[in-house]
Design a protein around this ligand. Sequence first.
Ligand SMILES: [Zn+2]
Length: 172
Amino acid sequence: MVGDWRRSGWLNLIPTTPAPITNHQPPMSVKLTPEQLDQIKRHGERAFPEECGGLLLGVIEDGARVIREILQLENIRKDSRHNRVELDPRDYLRAEREASKRDLGVWGYYHSHPNHPAIPSGFDLEHAPFTEWSYLIVSVRDGKAEEVRAWAVREDRSQFDEDTMTIEDLIK
Ligand SMILES: [Zn+2]
């Protein structure tokens, strides 16, 4: 996979392929539990007015990314922390190693938009590493987390489309 995102940003050390994909159709939905959604919101609130970010670890089941764990990462950016988040590539690699030990893959990324809607920016598009991932954005208004929306990058990387996000308990 090639793309401009390699030139800059926090993912320069990421291997060229993410966790193996079990089918050829890119999965187009993401499933989280209410607790996981809450973790993402609380992280956004704690970091406010700065941005925060983290990874979504999970498995692919029936064409959906089923999230098993939310991994909060540290924003290592020194400037523009209110509207930029940069994650340590070493943290990413560590996360990937930990995930694979537990038979999980990294299937997405979340970050917060302090006082901005949960809609991806041009910067987000340029820095979205994988088309297989789901990109969650939590909008945090005046310190209070509001909506969370999920997005997926098109194969040609021209834009984001809204991803289908379902929130349900794992216990069936
Ligand atoms: Zn953003």
